[in-house]
Structures are given as C-alpha cells and as structure tokens.
Design a protein around this ligand. Sequence first.
Ligand SMILES: [Zn+2]
Length: 246
Amino acid sequence: MRYFIMIALFSALLFGLSARTSGATTRPQARPEASVTLPQTTKRPKMRNEQLALFGLGKKRKQERARAKAEREGMVCGVSGLQGEVVGQVPGKISGCGVNDAVKLRSVSGVALSQHAIMDCVTAKALKTWVDTGVKPAFGKMGGGVRKLRVAAHYACRTRNNKTGAKISEHGKGRAIDISGFYLENGKEISVLNDWGKGRGGKALRAARKAACGPFGTVLGPGSDRYHDDHFHFDTARYRGGPYCK
Ligand SMILES: [Zn+2]
C-alpha cells in the first residue's frame, strides 16, 4: 500500500512537471508574470531569444570581421579593389594645396600602380571606374592584359603646369593623376610617348583615353597642349557644361 501511494505521488509529480513544461512551449514568450511565477518556464524562451540575438550578433560580427580583414589587406575608400593605405589629412605647403581624407593607392582592381599615389577617394573611385570600364576593355588580352599603370604624377603641391603665378593644379588638391604607360603581363610597356597613334598599342591608348572622359572631369593627353605629349592627365574637377576632354 505504501509503495502504491509513493508511486501515485511520484507519477502525479511527473505529470505536474510535464504539464508545466508543455505549457511553457505554448505560452507566449513575453508574459511578464511568467517570469515571476514560473522561472523554469521563462528560462527556455529567454534562451531562445538569446540564441537568436547571438545569431544576429554573430552575423554582424562576421561582417565586421570581413571588413576588418579587407582593411588589413589594404582596402581603402570602402571599395574592394582599391588597395592602399589611409593617409588622412595632407597639409599643403602653400595656400590652396592639401587633401582631406587622402589615401595612398597601390593597386586598382588588381592592376598595380608603378608608384603609390596619393589622392582623395572621389579620384580613387574614378580611377577604378576607368580601369574597369576603360583600361581593361581597351587592352583586352594584349600581352596577357594590363599588369601595372605607370604613374607619372599624383599629389604634388604646385601650380598648373608648374607656371609661377598660375592657379593651384588639381594635383595639389589630390584630385589628379598622370598616367604615362601601361605595363603588360608579358613585360612589354605601351607608353603614351612611344605608342600614341601607332599600331595596336596606339589604338588601345586612344580607347583608354576616350573612356576616361566621364569618370574624370578633365582628360588631357597628346594634342591637348605642349605639356601632355608623354602622358594622360586625369582629374576629378568638374567644369560647368560637363567634362573637359581635349
Ligand atoms: Zn596632370
């Protein structure tokens, strides 16, 4: 008889417990009184919320980690494909020169720069647009494709064409870059000085120059004036009436 009572009590206890737990799963999660009266039942939904929060947090952390990794590997201006380092403020030696939030680029969409070039992010992004939509299609598979751009000039605190008394050049504001040649994978170089107007290289140079008009506000090169026979000048200064491409 004693045993029977014990068994009955035990099963009653079990039944009660299972009723509680099953009630917990159907009970809405956000019932404040549940946390007071039934701490055991609130524990589960709460854990689920925490897990969800952790999952969300994990996703966010993953994105943050990927971004940090890209930045460690040299991504600048928040654009993958623009590799270099953040320079920040570049003070000008003379009034009108200097760059805010400058970067020092070393490669653009996998195409290296012969010298690391200082510019602002607007100009860096324009350069990337040009490499992607101008340079790569223009040269195609010629010599295995373009490997490196020969940078003739980037940031330089100086007047236009180095003339005394002239306006500060866009180079002095981190908005300009001069490109004088294109190194191909096979080691050959197509240069503005030697190949302009000649053969396949010349054709590619012309196409690349044409494609720069738009991404850049100013495009100069052979034939523009006596200062640009050996390089292309690109800058992101905008003139009224659209880009200036001479
Ligand atoms: Zn220039």
